[in-house]
Design a protein around this ligand. Sequence first.
Ligand SMILES: NC(=O)c1ccc[n+]([C@@H]2O[C@H](COP(=O)([O-])OP(=O)(O)OC[C@H]3O[C@@H](n4cnc5c(N)ncnc54)[C@H](O)[C@@H]3O)[C@@H](O)[C@H]2O)c1
Length: 344
Amino acid sequence: MKNMKSIRVNASKSYTVHIGRGLIDRVTDFIPKKYGKFIIITDDNVGKFYLDRVTAAIPYGCWNIMFTHGEASKTLATIEYFYNYLSEAGIGRNDCIIALGGGVVGDMAGFAAATYLRGIDFVQIPTSLLAQVDSSVGGKTGVDLPRGKNLVGAFHQPVAVIIDIDTLDTLPQSYFKDGLGEVIKYGLIRSNEITELLLSHDTDSIKTVIDEIVYRCIDIKRQIVENDEFERGERKLLNFGHTFGHAIERLENFTGMSHGLAVVAGMKIVSAVTKNNDVVSLLDKISEKYDLTREVNFSFSELLEAAMTDKKRSGETIDVVVCKAPGESFVENISFENLRKMCE
Ligand SMILES: NC(=O)c1ccc[n+]([C@@H]2O[C@H](COP(=O)([O-])OP(=O)(O)OC[C@H]3O[C@@H](n4cnc5c(N)ncnc54)[C@H](O)[C@@H]3O)[C@@H](O)[C@H]2O)c1
């Protein structure tokens, strides 16, 4: 198909990521032809636009579950509701779950697929920018607990990922910006080309090169997941900005700055703390351009205290992603004591 691209991911399970336009009207072209029934899991925002279209593209045996959008639904209670529905619909090991939505839908439908009947297959159809550039690939699935985000989960790779760029047309601008936060991250950890694209465009014109941006981000994710699927080393690079970003989100009880904006602020803070001033200037420039700059109303010591409860901490140290220059980054294990001194 014209202008369609695909990327093969060779993780513990191999699968193809299809990137193009209008793909949701022909999803069965990209799904292995071996399933009895399909069950689409989506949220009410996404379902309103795309559930009928995906259902129409599946000629037989299609069920669906639609839940209330948002992070507040990402709980074990919602998963239990899914399990009950899946068993009532008689979904078995030869059937397939389809995750249609943003990162919340993908993480939850993936977790249900990882655990129902000890694991069934699932397909990702990501519809938010964040999910298209990041969360739909790599197999991390899970839910939140009252004490923190993504504290329960499993690694479970999809059997296919179908990215229809046209679905971004209905994505609210604030969520598009959230996804751009992750795009900036990909540029800084690995790709000058992505950073150049961000620098040479603006809020309006970036959409003209979004297909290329999604492709480049997913290709970086592919390389990282192939090298380190279970996050023992290299995959930690994807947490650039997340230690302080999560700290901001936690201090604001997850009701203040959005995740993408918090990650942008977190990348600036960690780059300032590790004295990579050129990276800070670059982040300032890009975040101004795309209106991603927000004031952080916490001191370093408050942020550090919040970071000390991060699940990435191990004992008295924490893995911090350092970006020395655009495209050049590494993971450093730093003690909280040293980090405190660096913040002074
Ligand atoms: N698994 C991973 O590797 C990974 C990586 C990063 C983030 N995440 C997770 O992803 C989640 C955040 O993802 P998100 O930002 O996509 O949030 P989300 O799924 O809540 O989507 C954001 C909002 O946009 C709506 N939406 C999505 N696509 C739409 C479309 N095309 N048209 C109209 N509305 C649309 C959703 O209904 C929701 O209201 C978090 O839970 C985070 O933990 C997972």
